[in-house]
Design a protein around this ligand. Structure first.
Ligand SMILES: [Zn+2]
Length: 685
């Protein structure tokens, strides 16, 4: 159970597709190599625009015009396009491993997982049958006691339904793993969907209730019964949502940290019989005096539901959540229903992703380090790892210098900050040791069973961590992932091999665009260690205040500058950025671009850098930086992201940042009063 992971970009609800500019192979063919595009692409620009007026349009205008959103995507971006090409490469690996006769155990697992997923005839012939035992067990529940036993006994196959529980790093003692209990149980993407009173939110709720009823009808219920059950479930979820913290509240780690004795947790929610559940998971009793309950108010609300709701309503909730969770592993009619609500209606996506893409996604989700191992063996150059390692160390040196030069921070806090910086662990490419999947059985003719056994494997692996020292070598993303993250409790920055490819990291290009693009990304993740959330953890990952009160106050005032700046930006319609939600990412973007710039300056000090394509070296740094963020997005998806995504839209991740940087203004000769020169430039790190 990973509680806090600060990625560069939101894992897209439906990752990339399409191929508008991929001439190397027809759209629906696996790739053997990713088509090259450079990290500074002149054809992506719109040079008719003044860079001091709209830099984002200047660097991305061409890209945006020639890269319409594919029919199976909610949005489309440089990152999404690379991720999509990468998926076609993985498709080739899976397709090959499915067909090979002499295979390694890893090739057998990923090849057969993929082949079973592709066998839609077999999946459709089974229809709802694989889920029937679960539905029968729900139907057989006759008492609240039996309800608790049902939740507990099947949890390793499908979780606890109403909430999440698992191993987590002890926030105050980051070297050990304890039991964490988190809120959950909602079918809409955020608790705000249940509480907002505007007409659009009401419309979304109405569609959601209709979707739940549709699932029940597909499972054999009458429409009348299904409507009543969906309405009852909506009521339960609304009560749970009302008691859940908002995303902004959850950004404060103290709001989600409540160490309790298991007896006290049990007293808070006796209806769940948690001690019996933990016993079943073989959790050692020695750790039960310190269970972290993220949201006690949520547990109290859940207890009210478990104790007072008619049993039939709770059973309806379970049926709906069982169907929704299983839909991707069931027949086409269930998959279609889920797509129609979550993708088509909620995010405006016209068309479902091709089957191969969904199956590749399932393998990455369930056997990610096995697939990753095959990917690394074929597609990751050791020279890239070396070069990016050097770049990362340079950026850390720049951070140290920035800290030393700050005029608002006291010497004590500076010393503690530098100690934390030195403790950051750099992870580049792939894990030092690979996950062992030998206990997971994958059958070529049992897709549903594979999905279920994968969950059991992961649950077992997770629970086995409790009471043991933290494994600091573990990764929270798979190697092919086109993304990066910082984890404050591990105090590590992570750059999977997937993100270290052109047009992001480009070995054929010179330093300027590479430090602008990948250098800024490394700086972004490193700055998360010192953003308003990350700064609350120390070098070992403990939640501990190492700041003097005056420095903490000074820091918050500096961030308020960015919060005020970003709150003025409009996402879509009249929806502004919720800059209390995005402030950590905005700080990381600003810090990252500055650190990338300074590291590049040092890297190229004393070299004679020539102009290229009519641009100075400094201009090329900023163009390289801006071009990582080129994107197009459907308005429906923008509305979802306005609520759920802690990142600002690409346009502001470029324009908001450069307008705060005097280095940018001097590179392009921008003058005070022009849009890309902020009236009040924010600087934090
Ligand atoms: Zn980030």
């Amino acid at each position: 159970m990973l509680k806090r992971l600060l990625p560069l970009a939101l894992a897209a609800a439906s990752l990339p597709a399409c191929l508008a500019q991929a001439p190397a192979a027809p759209a629906d063919q696996p790739l053997k190599a990713i088509p090259y595009s450079p990290s500074l692409d002149l054809t992506s620009m719109d040079r008719t625009v003044d860079p001091c007026v709209d830099f984002y349009q200047f660097v991305c205008g061409g890209w945006r015009k020639s890269n319409p959103i594919p029919a199976d995507q909610a949005s489309w971006s440089v990152y999404a396009k690379l991720a999509n090409d990468n998926r076609r490469l993985l498709w080739g690996i899976l397709d090959q491993d499915a067909k090979l006769t002499h295979r390694t155990p890893i090739q057998q697992k990923i090849g057969d997982y993929y082949a079973a997923c592709m066998d839609t005839d077999a999946i459709n012939a089974l229809d709802i049958k694989p889920l029937q035992p679960e539905l029968d067990s729900i139907a057989a529940i006759k008492s609240r006691d039996q309800l608790a036993a049902f939740l507990r006994e099947g949890a390793s196959r499908r979780g606890l339904y109403f909430l999440m529980a698992g191993a987590e790093q002890d926030p105050k003692n980051a070297g050990t793993m304890i039991v964490g209990v988190e809120a959950g149980g909602l079918g809409l993407p955020d608790r705000d969907y249940y509480t907002k009173t505007d007409a659009k939110s009401q419309d979304i709720r109405d569609h959601y209730v209709a979707y739940m009823a549709h699932l029940l009808v597909l499972s054999g219920e009458s429409q009348t019964q299904a409507d009543a059950d969906a309405a009852a479930t909506m009521k339960i979820e609304t009560n749970l949502a009302t008691a859940s913290l908002t995303r902004v509240e959850r950004r404060d780690p103290y709001n989600t940290y409540h160490p309790m004795k298991i007896a006290d947790v049990d007293a808070l929610i006796p209806g769940l019989q948690l001690p019996a559940y933990l016993q079943l998971q073989q959790v050692p009793t020695s750790v039960l005096s310190n269970v972290d309950v993220a949201q006690p108010k949520f547990l109290a609300a859940l207890q009210t539901e478990l104790a007072n709701d008619p049993l039939d309503n709770l059973k309806a909730y379970l049926r709906i959540h069982a169907l929704n969770a299983a839909a991707p592993s069931l027949s086409t009619s269930f998959e279609d229903a889920q797509f129609d609500f979550y993708s088509k209606f909620l995010r405006g996506v016209p068309q479902m992703q091709a089957r191969w893409k969904r199956c590749e996604g399932q393998v990455d989700r369930n056997l990610g380090e096995a697939l990753g191992r095959e990917f690394i063996a074929r597609d990751f150059a050791p020279s890239t790892k070396q070069k990016v390692t050097v770049m990362t160390e340079q950026i850390e040196q720049s951070m140290q210098q920035e800290i030393q030069n700050l005029d608002w921070m006291s010497p004590e806090t500076k010393q503690a900050a530098i100690a934390k910086l030195h403790a950051v662990r750099n992870k580049i490419g792939y894990p030092d040791k690979w996950r062992d999947y030998s206990t997971l059985t994958v059958e070529r003719n049992d897709y549903y069973g594979n999905a279920q056994r994968s969950r059991v494997y992961q649950q077992k692996r997770d629970w086995a961590k409790v009471g043991k020292p933290v494994d600091r070598t573990e990764w929270g993303m798979t190697p092919p992932t086109v993304n990066a993250y910082y984890n404050p409790q591990m105090n590590d920055i992570n750059f999977p091999a997937g993100v270290l490819q052109p047009p992001l990291y480009d070995p054929r290009e010179d330093d300027a665009p590479n430090y602008g693009n990948t250098g800024s990304t490394i700086g972004h993740e490193l700055t998360h260690a010192f953003d308003d959330e990350g700064r609350q953890f120390d070098g070992q990952g403990n939640l501990r205040d190492w700041w003097t009160p005056a420095d903490a106050k000074g820091f918050e005032e500096h961030i308020d500058c960015l919060r005020d700046q970003y709150a003025t930006y409009v996402i879509v319609d009249d929806i502004h950025i919720n800059s209390k939600l995005t402030s950590g990412e905005d700080v990381a973007d600003l810090g990252g671009t500055l650190l990338g710039y300074e590291a590049w300056q040092k890297q190229t000090a004393g070299m004679h850098l020539a102009n290229r394509d009519g641009f100075t070296p400094d201009q090329r740094y900023f163009i390289g930086m801006g071009q990582w963020a080129c994107e197009n997005e459907r308005p429906e998806n923008q509305r979802v992201n306005a609520i759920t995504d802690p990142h600002s839209p690409g346009k502001y991740r470029v324009n908001g940042i450069v307008s705060d940087m005097p280095q940018f203004a001097s590179a392009f000769g921008c003058k005070a009063g022009q849009p890309m020169v902020a009236a009040k430039a924010c600087k934090i790190w």
